[in-house]
Design a protein around this ligand. Structure first.
Ligand SMILES: *Cc1c(COP(=O)(O)O)cnc(C)c1O
Length: 225
């Protein structure tokens, strides 16, 4: 897939988001689009930057460190989001490199992030990841712990929690997971929910998503590692 096709995909995804928002009686301007560029090169990403897109997601710190600093020098106004699991020993790099961290998923990483942000004097908005399907192998706090974990992150650690994030179980009907995440966000007094990927972002927008994360729907199939 070439740059032109990817720009066309980007516009199509934006239009589909707007349509889903309008049908749900929502303002399309309330739904952000994170273009998920993991596994793609700076050369793959550049056409989208040139077309004006600025919000991107990556799931690995090291991979991002290899390609984004140079792009950031070239293009202003970038919003780079970490959407993959974070290890404590990468927290310092993550705080330096990203603008938003969507995957605060356990007390230890919350604590390390808070202390890194203080050290670097760089306070990033974060999302708390919720394991809505309670899958043993998946990151995220259990739904029953989400409200108290958000409170802990905010009140005790001083993190700027802006929303909740979830990845529904593969193969499951996603709507109940989206609805659950939305409900937990409301109970936590959080206005934002990051939910919806290439296969289900329209459903997510119908159920209140404020930021969708679309990878293959824009870039095409990911190259294997
Ligand atoms: C890879 C990834 C996406 C994008 O997935 P697509 O199905 O390609 O849109 C979204 N969210 C997270 C957390 C991811 O890791």
């Amino acid at each position: 897939m070439n740059g032109e096709e990817r720009i066309r995909n980007l516009h199509q995804v934006r239009e589909a988001i707007a349509k889903a928002a309008e049908e749900a009686g929502r303002d399309p301007g309330d739904v952000g689009l994170t273009a998920v560029s993991k596994m793609f090169t700076a050369e793959d990403i550049r056409p989208l930057l040139e077309a004006g897109h600025r919000q991107f997601g990556e799931n690995r710190v090291q991979e991002s460190a290899g390609k984004w600093p140079a792009l950031r020098e070239e293009f202003g106004g970038l919003e780079l989001r970490l959407i993959g699991p974070l290890q404590s020993n990468k927290a310092a790099d993550a705080v330096a490199l990203f603008d938003v961290i969507e995957t605060v998923d356990r007390p230890k990483i919350a604590k390390v992030l808070a202390s890194e942000m203080e050290k670097q004097e760089r306070s990033l908005p974060v999302f708390v990841q919720v394991n809505t399907g309670e899958e043993p192998q998946k990151a995220g706090v259990a739904p029953s712990e989400a409200v108290s974990f958000v409170k802990h992150c905010r009140d005790e650690l001083g993190l700027e929690v802006v929303g909740l994030m979830a990845i529904p179980p593969a193969g499951a009907v996603p709507a109940p997971h989206f609805a659950l995440l939305r409900r937990l966000a409301e109970r936590s007094n959080l206005a934002r929910v990051s939910m919806g990927m290439s296969g289900d972002y329209e459903a997510a927008v119908s159920l209140g998503s404020t930021e969708v994360r679309v990878g293959s729907g824009i870039f095409g199939p990911r190259p294997s590692p």
